[in-house]
Design a protein around this ligand. Structure first.
Ligand code: SF4
Length: 576
């Protein structure tokens, strides 16, 4: 026996008609619907004749129960006020648009159906075996899946409600979330999904079937009914724009939108917050995303990537070895550190991938990038594609490297390359600076800063604040001004407890905003945690993982960390 089971028609008669045709064409002998007849589209009453004329066997969803009773809300089980606000808009429409006869019919539907079909014990529910409005997500922990399967004990349990299709074996039970046909599955496709099950001699197999239908007609009917564009967009694009907060981290990370705009920190301006203020070098300032693209339009939802919580800058470790061995180095670099250099080819491919993946800035760091034998070629390629900042201790800007950089600066003027150099100075005297960074390093760093100024590439200079140099900060600012560094190119950053540093500010996934970082070892949550040996907690994925997948992993981890205590990570500007 072949059966077809759909969930959530959501006032979408066009999808329901296609479900009937498609299921019949596939040889389904019985058709089932697991409830939520209204709830997104405009024309709920049009579903009734399709259901009855085609003998679709229905169980009631929470929506149907609420509409039948004339409740004040849908009872979908959202906890976030914004989710509830959108749900209420559609519920009010559905309640007003549903004829009372149809509503009374909904009220007579059972809330579950259990039947042995071809020797298979099949249990059909709306939310789960625990509750009518329970969200049975694929990403639930194993024990949660077992709890729901064992609450039934059937061979097959079928559900919908959460709206996202999946199937899995849980012990002896085949559990299938059949998805919904009222709106797409937040996957960028207009098709919706339903399930076809073959039940033969006590055995069951399920297939989740994509269903094409006249989504343009559905969109038109929603607009004609005055439903907000934010709902219509989901029908037209396949991406969810509402009900975001209910999505668990994994399911949420797979969608295009992740946050309601109203949850973004108001007035967040990365450029003002990073210590560089108005004097951010012109080349960078012009391209900084004071308002990231993700929040520029008027959509009520935004992607996490490109928002202040996940800046669209990509950090690349060109190499890990360094001519210095600072005792506070967050990535445990030194002359003896394994180089872990990126080849020119790998670097170029990465930069090109970053452009495609939507990154808007590159930060090249190490180790000491100017130890990379091809650093000038790397800077050439990077700065031609995206605004690029290179972090250096400025001590190696001599000979071949200095000449190459000078040539590049010439090119920058000619070809519009956007390159900024950033370096470090921890004291106004060698005594203070060299204490953590090594004998002789102050003099060469000061010489390097002077060289960059002469080159027409005045660097940003950051001071890593320690108990030993706090008092020296005004003197460092004065020294830099004396060297001719423009005002505002100097900033102070905190010492971080990472790598070689046993003291300083604690950072972790639950306490910093993510800044996707690439090294020869793969992808990392943040540049200060890019050394896999000393920061295994910040390693996201192995080398070769696409940046787009990295964005998704960051998004999932961001929401997992956020949901632990309900708060959002704070930005820690450790390297800018
Ligand atoms: S802090 Fe910078 S300059 Fe010092 S060892 Fe680490 S990478 Fe090298």
């Amino acid at each position: 026996m072949r059966i077809a089971v759909c969930g959530g028609p959501y006032g979408n008669p066009y999808a329901l008609r296609s479900f009937v045709d498609d299921a019949r064409a596939r040889g389904a002998e019985r058709l089932f619907c697991l409830g939520d007849l209204g709830g997104f589209g405009a024309d709920v009453d049009a579903l009734w004749p399709i259901l009855t004329d085609n003998g679709i066997e229905c169980v009631a969803g929470n929506y149907d129960v609420a509409i039948a009773r004339g409740d004040a809300d849908c009872g979908c089980g959202y906890r976030d006020p914004k989710d509830n606000e959108y749900a209420q808009i559609v519920y009010d429409h559905t309640l007003a648009a549903t004829g009372r006869d149809f509503a009374a019919w909904m009220g007579r539907l059972p809330t579950e159906h259990r039947e042995t079909i071809a020797g298979v014990d099949v249990h059909m529910v709306h939310g789960s075996t625990l509750a009518l409005n329970d969200f049975w997500w694929e990403s639930l922990p194993e024990e949660e899946h077992r709890l729901r399967a064992e609450a039934s004990g059937a061979d097959v349990v079928l559900c919908t409600h959460s709206g996202l299709p999946w199937q899995r074996r849980i012990g002896d039970t085949l559990a299938v979330n059949v998805g919904v046909i009222g709106k797409p599955a937040n996957d960028g496709r207009q098709e919706v999904r339903y399930a076809v099950l073959d039940l033969i001699d006590g055995h069951a197999a399920a297939e989740l079937v994509p269903l094409a239908y006249d989504w343009q007609a559905q969109a038109r009917s929603m607009r004609a009914a005055g439903l907000p564009d934010v709902f219509v967009e989901t029908i037209e694009t396949g991406w969810w724009t509402t009900c975001l907060e209910v999505l668990p981290p994994r399911e949420r990370s797979r969608g295009r939108y992740h946050l309601y705009r109203s949850t973004l920190p108001s007035g967040f301006r990365p450029a003002d917050d990073d210590g560089w203020g108005d004097a951010t070098p012109r080349a960078v300032q012009d391209d900084r995303q004071v308002v990231p693209p993700a929040v520029e339009d008027d959509r009520p939802v935004v992607p996490l990537f490109g928002s202040p919580y996940f800046p669209s800058r990509l950090w690349i470790y060109t190499n890990f070895h360094c001519n210095l061995a600072c005792d506070y180095c967050a990535v445990a670099s030194s002359p003896g550190a394994a180089a872990r250099s990126l080849s020119v080819g790998a670097f170029r491919a990465l930069v090109d991938e970053a452009v495609t993946a939507g990154f808007s800035e590159l930060y090249l760091t190490g180790g000491e990038p100017f130890l990379h034998p091809d650093i000038v070629r790397l800077l050439d390629h990077a700065s031609a594609r995206l605004p690029t900042v290179v972090m250096t201790n400025a001590m190696l800007l001599r000979g071949r490297r200095a000449a190459g950089l000078a040539e590049l600066v010439g090119l920058a003027g000619l070809a519009g390359r956007r390159l900024t150099v950033q370096t470090s100075l921890d004291g106004a005297t060698a005594a203070t600076h060299d204490r953590h960074r090594g004998t002789g390093s102050w003099k060469r760093a000061v010489d390097g800063i002077g060289h960059l100024i002469d080159l027409g590439l005045p660097p940003r200079v950051a001071l890593t604040e320690t108990p030993e140099n706090t008092h020296d900060i005004p003197a460092v600012a004065a020294l830099l001004a004396e060297l001719g560094l423009p005002a505002g190119h100097f900033a102070v950053r905190p010492l971080l407890r990472r790598g070689f540093s046993a003291t300083g500010v604690e950072i972790g996934e639950d306490s910093t905003i993510p800044e996707l970082t690439v090294t020869a070892d793969g992808l990392h949550w943040h540049p200060a945690g890019a050394d896999r040996a000393t920061s295994p907690d910040m390693h996201l994925a192995p080398a070769g993982t696409p940046l787009v997948l990295g964005r998704q992993l960051v998004t999932e981890r961001f929401f997992a960390a956020r949901l632990t205590d309900g708060s959002l990570p704070r930005p820690v500007h450790c390297a800018m």
